[in-house]
Design a protein around this ligand. Structure first.
Ligand code: GAR
Length: 315
């Protein structure tokens, strides 16, 4: 399944269009599920609608920054988007919004950051007599045009360039760069290794838990004791990444599968005491996964350990 992404625009939206068209390729790991704008007249909204993508536009005038961003946040959550891509979004985001989407907002900027942050980058490049400029895709943090760089493309300045001719050429480079960087970023955060790392962090935090490899799968158990979790990664070519945990038995297994057949499944070879929980659907609730792991741990932990946990729970 492709990772759902929202694109925020304020204007023409050619970078948004580049992201949309790149996402049409079957091997692209993201899809654009919403294009949102603070400018109801943004031309990019028409293109997005024509491509069958949901759009949302709300003028920011008269609203405090945090108020407007709360409206945006609610709309993005409704869309199911997991990542936010800024594409010519000409409004600063509130610290609350950035905190809510930490490490899940990316931006494109028309300069080789950290050079020329803010507006009028092409004028600044020409005024400084620089021979090379370019564009940068980066993760958004509270500081303007800052945050870890995901990729850059250099663009040569040509004698006689004006800010307009330079902007037009840098824009071509932007269109090539953005989708590659977004695809790489999303794949790194949602690929099997990243999912296993999320499970690992929670599994090894449980008392006396350690990791081994079992049947080629990363597996967590009580030291010298029983196993309580596995991650199945394309096991026998089934194409799934899933967490396998202990459950009470066949009835619970059937109920889970019936209520959410896309997420839960009966793991082959494991029997009725286990359930498979898909981790590759792009919407993981990691606190909930942590609860599944703790419960599975309890099911196999010796009494001397579960007693300690029960005492700890009372405080
Ligand atoms: C692009 O050049 C983008 O890098 C820039 O606005 C333009 C939007 O064009 N963004 C910024 O300057 C953000 N600081 P587009 O609407 O055609 O994608």
């Amino acid at each position: 399944m492709k990772t759902p992404v929202v694109v925020l625009i304020s204007g023409t939206g050619t970078n948004m269009a580049a992201l949309v068209y790149a996402a049409k390729h079957p091997d692209c790991p993201y899809e654009i599920v919403l294009v949102a704008s603070n400018n109801p007249d943004a031309p990019g909204l028409i293109l997005a609608s024509a491509e069958g993508i949901a759009t949302f536009a709300h003028p920011h005038t008269g609203l405090k920054r945090a108020e407007f961003d709360a409206i945006l946040d609610a709309e993005i959550r409704k869309s199911g988007a997991q990542y936010v891509a800024l594409a010519g979004y000409m409004r600063l985001l509130s610290p609350e919004f950035i905190a809510n989407w930490r490490d899940r907002i990316v931006n494109i900027h028309p300069s080789l950051l950290p050079a020329h942050k803010g507006l009028h980058t092409h004028e600044a490049v020409l005024a400084a007599g620089e021979r090379v400029t370019g564009c940068t895709v980066h993760v958004v943090t509270e500081a303007l045009d800052d945050g870890p760089v995901l990729g850059q493309t250099e663009v040569a300045v040509i004698d006689g360039d004006t800010p307009e001719t330079l902007a037009a050429r840098v824009l071509i480079a932007e269109h090539q760069l953005y989708s590659r960087c977004l695809a790489g970023f999303v794949a790194a955060a949602t690929g099997p290794e990243a999912l296993i790392a999320q499970v690992r962090a929670r599994a090894v935090a449980l008392p006396e838990a350690d990791e081994v490899t079992s049947h080629g799968m990363p597996c967590w158990g009580i030291i010298k004791g029983k196993k309580f979790a596995y991650v199945s990664n394309d096991h026998h070519g089934d194409g799934k990444v899933a967490l396998l945990v202990k459950i009470s038995g066949v009835e619970e297994q059937a109920t889970l599968i019936e209520n959410d057949p896309d997420r839960y499944y009966r793991p082959p070879y494991f029997g009725d005491g286990w359930v498979g929980i898909r981790l590759d659907l792009g919407d993981n609730d990691w606190d909930h996964i942590g609860e599944w792991l703790a419960r599975s741990w309890r099911a196999v932990a010796p009494p001397r350990l579960t007693k300690l946990m029960s005492i700890a729970d009372e405080f």
